[in-house]
Design a protein. Structure first.
Length: 62
């Protein structure tokens, strides 16, 4: 079980969503998962991810 964090790495988002890191990186880079860069590294706020997933559950597309 992943420890609860406010900000996640690509690897942590991939684990959370149970998809590959490559797919996660691509989705974040394309803006299909909300994220931001710190230097060269992508990060995702867990709150933004949960809000995004809630929209998907209501019929929005990823």
């Amino acid at each position: 079980m992943m420890q609860e964090r406010e900000i996640l790495t690509i690897a942590q988002v991939a684990e959370y969503l149970q998809i590959s890191e490559v797919t996660t990186y691509k989705l974040v880079q394309e803006g299909r998962i909300p994220g931001f860069k710190i230097g060269r590294h992508w990060r995702v706020k867990i709150e933004d991810l949960r809000e995004h997933l809630a929209k998907l559950e209501h019929g929005d597309q990823l």
